[in-house]
Design a protein around this ligand. Structure first.
Ligand code: DQA
Length: 148
């Protein structure tokens, strides 16, 4: 079974509490449960993690390369300025693995600073604006690409 790391950046551990009108009322634990279930229906082994720490996120991206795991990545605020996360994400896709950038909200419809992603150019593709369904759609897109 193909392995997928579903990696989440800063403040996403506060899902359910943080700005629920933007991010919804469900928690990271709920996302973990849903993503695992979506993964198993798609024959993917899904490992969902969250960190507020840039170096930990970079380390997990290195781990994905070494373990030959595909990635669904919500870099959260790192999306907009972290060249370290971008360079680590680039190692995933240049090593022939898939990386889907996801966002719960649609950053393009929000404050101007959110309209640019430094990660997008090195991702296989991006899905934004569908809440938890952004992750479901990302896993489906990965599974379809792996089958195809
Ligand atoms: C986010 C959008 C980012 O702009 C923001 O910093 C986040 C969450 C999203 O999932 O909508 O923390 O990545």
């Amino acid at each position: 079974m193909e392995r997928v790391l579903v990696l989440n950046g800063p403040n996403l551990g506060r899902l359910g509490v943080r700005e629920p009108e933007i991010y919804g009322s469900a928690s990271m634990a709920d996302l973990q449960e849903s993503a695992r279930a979506w993964g198993s229906a798609l024959d993917l082994t899904v490992d969902v993690r969250q960190t507020d720490d840039e170096s930990e996120l970079v380390g997990w991206l290195h781990e994905a390369v070494d373990a030959r795991a595909h990635v669904v990545l919500n870099p959260a605020a790192f999306t907009h300025y972290s060249y370290a996360v971008r360079d680590a994400a680039a190692q995933v896709t240049t090593s022939g693995l898939l990386l889907v950038e996801v966002h719960l909200s649609n950053p393009a419809a929000r404050e101007a600073f959110r309209s640019h992603s430094v990660v997008g150019a090195v991702a296989t593709g991006t899905i934004a604006g569908f809440g938890f369904d952004s992750y479901r759609l990302a896993l489906e897109a990965l599974a379809a690409r792996l089958r195809g």
